[in-house]
Ligand binder design. Sequence first.
Ligand SMILES: [Zn+2]
Length: 173
Amino acid sequence: MDFKVLDATAFYAGVPFRSHVNYYTTSLIFDEIKHIQNNYEILQTLVKIKRIIIMDPEQSYCYQTILAAEKTGDIDVLSKEDISAIALCLNLHGELITDDFAIINVSNYLGINTKSIMTTGITHNRKCLYYCPGCNRQSTSKICVICGTKSKKKIILSRGVGQSNQQKNHRIV
Ligand SMILES: [Zn+2]
């Protein structure tokens, strides 16, 4: 059996709503996406019928992922949600569905197969921004220049304005 694991970018792109495959994700990812999605009831149904299976990785896989991200230099841009998705994939020997550049990088380092959302033919445009959770404004660096808080990632979704793959590399350094 092959396990397909979804990260947040896959949910924002609507992957679980367009397929009849069973997907795995972590409780951290599910918490992150359920507030932003308009599809809350559909998500609940997909969980109920086990199309989406929420499962958390064993701690040792989280440590392994963190160590790998430190080695690849991606640790600063990965959220704990991102780390949980990679760790679950490692745990299940699954395939990770994501368009997040840093997640792909760390996954490659760990020998995890990744599949791009672009290859699923979904035409939503996603744009990754950083913002400061301290002063709640857009940030252009990993650490907020105003208050010194670590910046967080935010994914902006827009529909059907053609393809703009230039946005794929979300890292603003
Ligand atoms: Zn700030």
